[in-house]
Write a protein that binds this ligand. Structure first.
Ligand SMILES: [Zn+2]
Length: 235
């Protein structure tokens, strides 16, 4: 029953994927780790989905240009990362519009309209469902989430291995990691920076290892819109 109200999907089909396909999705950016993450993806020739927050797009518009120029999907993740339980349908429309405006101004495109959306916290309330439907947005699902945003670099290997196990068990998956952080670190956070969840610098290294291992296993990295164009030959 729970899956009806969240974006979590147990099966690949529920996330719009075929067997052998993996989609990497990154939430809450662009942040300080995003540039290095784009370097990793470029090096591997892999495209991913960036679920960007409008307020962060306004801070780092050049990274959104780079995402678009290198073929990544830019996904609307609202302007202020609103909690779905605290927002009405009209407010959510306004949040999506503002995020679209931020993306459009970064890309130099007037009246930019997102095709893809991910609700913050992954919770799909009736207002969220109604809004998505009325705007004809495609909601991005998740097959595996390790609560990476709650952990720092010391948990990098554990989270990476857990994602690898999930993909191998399901023969694919839509994974989520956080390249951005919406909290401002305090001096106290900085003293334990390696283990601080606000420190996202470990994410590019984790992704480097994930891609390396999953490519060796013959998985294909896809983004929505190209899922049906690619099929994996039987291993
Ligand atoms: Zn988020």
């Amino acid at each position: 029953m729970l899956s009806l109200f969240t974006i979590y999907r147990r099966k690949l089909r529920g996330a719009g994927l075929n067997s052998g396909q993996v989609t990497l999705t990154f939430d809450d950016g662009p942040g300080p780790a995003t540039c290095q993450l784009l370097d990793v993806l470029d090096r591997h020739g892999v495209v991913a989905c960036f679920c960007v927050v409008g307020s962060e797009v306004q801070k780092r518009p050049q990274l959104v240009c780079r995402m678009a120029a290198t073929g990544h999907k830019i996904v609307n993740h609202t302007q202020n990362h609103v909690h779905p339980f605290r927002i009405s349908a009209p407010q959510l429309h306004a949040e999506i519009d503002s995020c679209d405006t931020a993306i459009g101004s970064a890309l130099g495109i007037r009246d930019y309209t997102s095709a893809y959306f991910r609700i913050p916290w992954g919770l799909v309330t009736p207002a969220v469902r109604k809004t998505i439907r009325s705007r004809d947005l495609q909601q991005l699902m998740v097959t595996h989430y390790d609560r990476d945003a709650r952990f720092g670099a010391q948990d990098r290997d554990r989270i990476t291995q857990s994602m690898l196990r999930s993909v191998r068990r399901r023969n694919g998956g839509m994974l989520v990691l956080h390249d951005g952080c919406l909290s401002t670190p305090t001096e106290e956070d900085r003293t334990g920076w390696d283990d601080c969840p606000f420190n996202r610098s470990w994410v590019p290294e984790s992704v480097d290892q994930l891609i390396h291992e999953l490519k060796a296993d013959d998985f294909q990295f896809v983004v929505p819109g190209q899922v049906r164009q690619r099929t994996r030959t039987a291993a």
